[in-house]
Design a protein around this ligand. Structure first.
Ligand code: NAD
Length: 307
């Protein structure tokens, strides 16, 4: 990444005042991007407001000779999302890169999770993503160029205890990114998901003493590449955790075809149905949706009985 630059590019980083977002904003700005550092501050649960974190990053960028502007709007409302995107257009006249990274956490077991905590977390992560993607996407499509990076989580891929709200939101992000990738493909707009992990304030309460080095700077180059014009992938999910960079995929087992099924048949064939030793992966772009259907239709056409 030493020679990867973003000169002339304009980026929005939501939740850019702290943790991972701060590191993304600093990386992009240090390589020539003009950056809207969006962060209303507030607690890990999303309570209160504090313009300090976003201002501090903008000060850090500008005092190092970079160009950045503060946005303290919340992504949690349509108006907030629109205002964040408009800050980029009003100030810099364009928007090339959107990194939706803002996040809050409200933990509770599923049996006890309140609707308020469920909604508040969806508002920032998932609806927040829509609130910034929705106004940014037409701008990028019209310009014939865009890089969207949305943030999921291990919890979004695999779930975890006490985070039904967070896991649901982070899984929803995958669907939104996939559609942006599909609909943006003809217009030079790429959308991918980062599954980051880093010791930030989100790790509060977790014993990280035995963790390997796991700072946000191990994640930022991955987001930087996804945000760069050289990014060659779209509709993908990249993982960055403690120096490991990997791709996550939705994989299917080949499955079992029969011309008709009873309930008992499913049980009888469940091992073969679930046998993931030879997985099938359909890339989202150009047409994972169609590939999935065609694969199933081909099995039906063959009339084969596997397993
Ligand atoms: P963090 O708490 O350090 O930073 C998140 C930032 O988002 C904060 O500065 C916060 O003020 C801001 N924010 C909260 N609500 C907002 C809103 N409504 N509008 C705009 N900004 C808002 O956390 P982090 O660890 O840097 O997390 C960044 C992202 O990465 C989050 O989406 C998080 O879910 C995701 N993530 C983090 C980890 C990890 O290990 N840290 C793991 C998986 C996913």
């Amino acid at each position: 990444m030493t020679d990867s630059r973003f000169d002339g590019r304009v980026a929005v980083v939501t939740g850019g005042g702290r943790g991972l977002g701060r590191t993304y904003a600093l990386l992009l700005a240090s390589r020539g991007a003009k950056v809207v550092v969006n962060d209303p501050g507030g607690s890990l649960a999303g309570e209160g407001a504090d313009g300090g974190p976003a201002r501090d990053i903008v000060d850090e960028i500008t005092s190092a000779g970079g160009d950045a502007v503060v946005s303290t709007e919340s992504v949690a409302s349509p108006e907030g999302g629109k205002a964040i995107v408009e800050t980029a257009i009003d100030r810099y006249g364009r928007l090339d890169i959107l990194v939706h990274n803002a996040g809050v956490v409200r933990r509770a077991p599923l049996k006890e999770m309140s609707y308020e905590d469920f909604e508040a977390v969806l508002d920032v992560h998932l609806r927040g993503a829509f609130h910034v993607v929705r106004p940014a996407f037409p701008v990028m499509c019209d310009a014939g160029y865009g890089r969207i990076v949305l943030t999921s989580s291990i919890g979004g891929l695999y779930g975890n205890h006490d985070v039904a709200n967070y896991a649901a939101a982070k899984a929803g992000i995958l669907g939104l990114s996939n559609v942006a990738a599909i609909e943006g493909a003809a217009n030079g707009v790429k959308s991918n998901v980062i599954v980051p992990a880093a010791v930030t304030r989100m790790a509060e309460g977790i014993d990280t003493s035995a963790y390997p080095p796991m700072g946000p700077e191990l994640v930022a180059p991955v987001v930087g590449w996804l945000a760069h014009e050289s990014c060659s992938i779209t509709g993908e999910i990249l993982i960055a955790l403690a120096g490991r960079v990997a791709r996550a995929v939705v994989a299917e087992t080949p499955g079992v075809y029969r011309p008709s099924w009873s309930v008992a048949d499913i049980g009888e064939h469940i091992s073969a149905i679930c046998d993931a030793s030879d997985p099938v992966v359909f890339p989202v772009v150009p047409d994972g949706h169609g590939d999935h259907i065609r694969y199933s239709f081909a099995m039906a056409a063959q009339g084969a009985v596997h397993g």
